[in-house]
Design a protein around this ligand. Structure first.
Ligand code: FES
Length: 534
């Protein structure tokens, strides 16, 4: 009797004598490791999406793992017959936004004013010598997301992008959202989340086409939990008001366990509150909020959706814990936006589905923009109603029979709740500011997901306000853009430090109409204007 083993979309008949790691290697899959399969580095994780019951029991080195994660070097196929499907933490093929779009000043060369400078053969950080070398000077900007991590390697003397990388946050074994990561970190001493991340980051940095020791500074942005886990802060009190560690954080490359120059400075940008992180702060830098006179909104849809509203005179910010569904998490056929992900869906007059797949590959799953598209198309063609119920009492819609790509009604429920949280956040922030959606001059849809959404589809299902399309700017990853600006300019970094002190944090859950807004937002229909209710 045979077990079919599929790893990262490649399939073989499972060999019971060899670990999943060995079989992945046989398939030519690069599994992260620093311990040569000894069960010590915890880097060879795989997420099992099917057939967990056909695998050997968890071993001692896997005690720290929750959910469907296993260490591939410890795991063997033992079951009689069936299918095992798993994948390594995805890396290297994520779709990366190299430039933010439509931002104030984008396209114009930026005035370089980095903290790392050269004086002959002396390399200085803020004027203090850290190395003697005539070699290049590099820095890294990092957006440390709950689900995805993006790195940019920058030449600090020219401002040029040298390389970039993106991969799934390996801390997912501690839970998919920030609350579960906080509870995991609290319950598991030893900084397991931070150490696992450091291992993955080290591999990514070592793959860059430069000597890692020429990297002298790193600017880190991310939500408050991700940033503070990385800087070994206790995250237990995040969410309590006031959260104490809102200022910027600094440590050395050595202490950060990274292969960069040991005296490199690792700078964690300031956060706005325990709820609104350094990624939102970086967004403000990217959209030049300090000098903006128009009324602008920034919505960065993610596991935590960040909302910023205002201009140089007054800024409100909020964070909605929407969950990972729009990044493909908690959806039966969901996956991140990488090769094999369905990113566009259309239904023709004959009811046939037409799918566009990233990388022109065979479809393996559906990413966020594909999910928005399929919801919009089901709604447009009457196959789903505003409450998210499928027609004809069906609970499943098949998009691609051959590759078994489908959407369940229970997936739609998950997406409805994530959308409800986002819409409630929009209503609370706008009503707290005392304005209507129409009063806004520019609505930035930020983030990799926001960049690839179809605006018409997003408005149809009510994910974004029903504004004239000319006001909506799909800006790309403004958080990494802001981190890059802070890396390249000391004065801009100071501007960021000053800006966060001016921001008013809007606490969504204390708003008297939050629940009404949430319920309204769970429906798939254009977002209604709501009377100001501050
Ligand atoms: S390879 Fe290091 S734990 Fe599996």
């Amino acid at each position: 009797m045979a077990v079919t083993l599929t790893i990262n979309g490649k399939t073989i008949e499972a060999d019971r004598e060899r670990s999943i790691f060995d079989q992945a290697e046989f398939l030519g899959i690069d599994v992260p490791t620093s311990c040569r399969k000894q069960g010590k580095c915890r880097e060879c994780m795989v997420e099992v999406v099917e057939g967990m019951q056909l695998l050997s029991a968890n071993t001692e080195p896997e005690k720290h793992l929750k959910g469907d994660f296993r260490l591939s070097c410890q795991t063997f196929v033992t079951g009689g017959s069936g299918v095992v499907r798993c994948h390594t933490m995805r890396r290297g093929h994520m779709r990366i936004e190299r430039h933010a779009l439509g931002l104030p000043g984008s396209g114009a060369p930026m005035k370089l004013d980095p903290a790392v400078t050269r004086d002959g053969d002396r390399i200085l950080i803020d004027g203090i010598e850290v190395e003697r070398s005539t070699g290049p000077i590099h820095g890294i900007a990092m957006d440390l997301g709950t689900t995805t991590i993006v790195l940019r390697l920058i030449d600090l003397e020219t401002g040029e992008l040298v390389a970039d990388a993106s991969f799934e946050n390996p801390q997912r074994f501690g839970g998919s959202d920030v609350m579960s990561r906080i509870s995991y970190d609290t319950d598991h001493p030893g900084r397991l989340l931070m150490r696992t991340l450091a291992g993955y980051l080290s591999h990514a940095i070592e793959k860059f086409p430069v000597d890692p020791k020429t990297i002298y500074e790193m600017v880190v942005v991310g939500n408050s939990t991700m940033r503070d886990l990385f800087f070994r802060q206790s995250v237990y009190s995040i969410g309590q008001n006031p959260y104490r560690a809102t200022t910027s954080l600094v440590e050395s490359g050595r202490r950060a366990l990274l292969p960069i120059h040991p005296k490199a400075r690792v700078y964690g940008a300031p956060i706005i509150s325990g709820h609104v992180g350094a990624d939102a702060a970086a967004c403000m830098l990217a959209v030049d909020m300090a000098h903006e006179e128009r009324l602008v909104a920034v919505m960065d849809i993610g596991t935590n959706t960040e909302l910023i509203l205002g201009n140089k005179n007054r800024i409100l910010a909020a964070s909605c814990p929407a969950g990972p569904t729009f990044e493909g998490g908690a959806i039966a056929c969901g996956m991140p936006a990488l090769d094999g992900a369905v990113e566009e869906v259309a239904i023709d007059d004959g009811g046939k589905f037409h799918l566009t797949v990233i990388g022109d590959a065979a479809p393996e799953g559906i990413c966020g923009s594909g999910l928005v598209d399929v919801l919009s198309e089901l709604l447009r063609t009457g196959r789903m109603n505003e409450m998210g119920r499928f027609a004809h009492d069906s609970h499943r819609v098949t998009l691609d029979q051959e590759h078994d790509i489908y959407l369940l009604e229970s997936d739609v429920n998950e997406l409805a709740q994530a959308k409800g949280a986002n819409v409630a956040g929009l209503h609370v922030v706008f009503s707290s500011y005392g304005i209507e959606f129409d009063d806004i001059d520019v609505f930035y849809l930020a983030g990799g997901f926001g960049r690839h959404l179809k605006v018409v589809a997003s408005k149809r299902i009510g994910l974004v306000p029903d504004l004239p399309s000319a006001k909506i700017v799909q800006a790309g990853n403004t958080a990494i853009e802001g981190a890059t600006i802070a890396l390249l300019s000391k004065s801009k970094r100071q501007e960021l430090e000053d800006l966060v002190k001016k921001v008013e944090h809007c606490r969504l859950e204390t708003h008297p109409h939050f629940f009404d807004f949430f319920v309204e937002g769970c429906q798939f229909k254009p977002v209604e204007p709501i009377p100001c209710a501050s």
